[in-house]
Design a protein around this ligand. Structure first.
Ligand code: ADP
Ligand code: MG
Length: 492
């Protein structure tokens, strides 16, 4: 009996709160809009705050999850996938090698001629878009299309590239979807992402499917390495700079890979690698921690996404989502504080209408009247003639969201530095650590990139910062795959 009464009291209280909220929201529209939007902005800033102390907690949580994911399969939200890459390219690789990079709406094919002295003598590539119907068709249709493009690419080969007589062409396959790797040159698809949905592929060996298609299309080529883009970037980076030990992708999505000691991977039961090391694909986008500064905007974005509850870290830091977070904040300001006048601009209701490149363009607007911001609001959202104060508010929101994302990405990197023990060296013993970065977000969103680098320096301290370098490894993933085909060549 008592319980029922308590329950009723709670429901009653909730109803009163909801009614109060309605009244507040209604009233607000009639109160001073500037004050109200300033309040929403202040609240956003507070909720998104990432002081160094919080970032350290997040880095520690990342380290804990890394340990758990390495201890046992399914031990953590971090998959910590074993890549079977235990020897990264050394620079001694020689000859012509190919790569195929598939992981979005375009795929790239490329070939490199390697000198054997850490030099890529020649490089050629072609980029081909995937017709949308093939993203949701059959495996044969997709792989036949790709194999046919490979055949054309080989037919176009210039004389600079030398395949020694009697040798088969070798390919590194960058396949950036979740794969359960079975060996360096085989792995089964766990699930499609990024708009792909092809029946009869889950659980199948992607290399076997590509190989069958190459046979059908008359392409005589062997897949010598199957990797994802982080692993390719790590290999490509390492070829240029021996101190590369970590790769981070910040593009549409986000992920990281790094070199781990074999003894630190309890779940690995295979033969001990000669190098004593193994590359781990973290799949860090799926990281989650109670320390993450999540807001109402993050929560609704997640609930309404195609993969609710998954990829929470990615949804706070990666290019697919930053613009959408901005839209959600603007929507609330339009609704509750009449930021854009009496009515909410209809286009502001469309999910993903504000893309991160547009957000970046507004954030970087240095003109005195924020001309770019005005144009974007007009062109994308159909809001003409915004006052300067409104444009300033938009830039501030961009700054809060991008800053939080960049600082969290830096905390993730600190987590890897801690896990690999690099953060605990004493002066004089600190190893140089180079981090290979790739992805359109890192490459083009300068404020984000600068903030990430400054934050990492702030977190590791002055002494260690001198030994850390982030390099843009543009297209590293494709070249890296070709290099891995070389270092795992059937002729070695
Ligand atoms: P993918 O991650 O799909 O393999 P990219 O590495 O090229 O491809 O990254 C593309 C992503 O980078 C876009 O989805 C976008 O979020 C982000 N991006 C591209 N250009 C910019 C830009 N100018 N400013 C900010 N973000 C950008
Ligand atoms: Mg990519």
């Amino acid at each position: 009996m008592g319980k029922v009464i308590v329950g009723a009291a709670v429901i009653g209280a909730a109803a009163v709160c909801a009614a109060a909220a309605l009244i507040v929201r209604h009233r607000v529209r009639n109160s001073n809009p500037c004050v109200k939007s300033a309040n929403i902005l202040k609240e956003l800033e507070e909720k998104c705050a990432t002081p160094a102390s919080k970032l350290r907690q997040i880095a520690d949580a990342m380290t804990v999850e890394m340990h758990a994911g390495l201890a046992s399969e399914g031990g953590s939200k971090l998959k910590m996938l074993i890549t079977y890459v235990d020897n990264l390219p050394t620079g001694d690789e020689e000859g012509v090698f190919y790569a195929l990079d598939l992981g979005g709406t375009n795929f790239r094919v490329l070939r490199v001629q390697l000198s054997g002295k850490s030099v890529i003598e020649y490089k050629e590539f072609a980029e081909v878009s995937i017709p949308p119907h093939l993203m949701v068709g059959t495996p044969d249709a997709l792989f036949d299309y790709i194999a046919a493009e490979l055949a054309k690419f080989i037919a176009d080969e210039s004389e600079k590239f030398h395949l020694p007589p009697g040798r088969q062409r070798e390919l590194g396959f960058t396949f950036s979807f979740p794969v359960l790797q079975l060996s360096i040159d085989s792995g089964t698809l766990i699930r499609w992402t990024k708009g792909f949905s092809i029946n009869d592929m889950i659980g199948k060996d992607v290399v076997a499917e590509l190989t069958k298609a190459m046979d059908r299309q008359g392409v005589d080529m062997r897949v010598s390495a199957l990797v994802n883009d982080t692993v390719g970037t790590l290999a490509g980076g390492k070829y240029d700079n021996k101190d590369v030990a970590i790769a981070v992708i910040l593009g549409t999505g986000s992920n990281a890979a790094y070199v781990e000691r074999a003894q630190a991977i309890p779940k690995w039961h295979g033969p001990h690698p000669k190098s004593g090391e193994m590359v781990i694909n973290m799949e860090w986008g799926n990281f989650k921690s109670s320390h993450l500064p999540l807001t109402e905007y993050d929560n609704t974005l997640d609930v309404e996404s195609l993969n609710p509850g998954e990829q929470i870290f990615e949804k706070m830091i990666a290019g697919m989502y930053l613009g959408e977070l901005l839209r959600r904040v603007l929507y609330r300001m339009a609704e509750e504080a009449a930021l854009f006048g009496d009515t909410v601009p209809p286009k502001l209701k469309t999910q993903f209408i504000l893309r991160t490149p547009e957000m970046s363009a507004m954030h970087h607007d240095t003109s005195p009247d924020l001309k770019v911001v005005g144009e974007k609001l007009k062109d994308i959202l159909g809001i003409p003639d915004t006052p300067l104060s409104t444009r300033k508010t938009v830039v501030e929101i961009c700054n809060i969201i991008a800053t939080r994302g960049a600082r969290l990405a830096a905390a993730g990197i600190l987590g890897i530095l801690k896990k690999t023990g690099r953060e605990s060296f004493r002066d004089g013993e600190i190893p140089n650590t180079v981090i290979a970065m790739d992805g359109g977000l890192y490459e083009h969103y300068i404020e984000y990139r600068n903030c990430l680098e400054n934050t990492l320096n702030e977190l590791v301290g002055e002494n260690f910062a001198k030994h850390i370098k982030l390099i843009l490894s543009n297209d590293g993933s494709g070249i890296g795959a070709a290099l891995l085909a070389a270092s795992h060549s059937q002729y070695i």
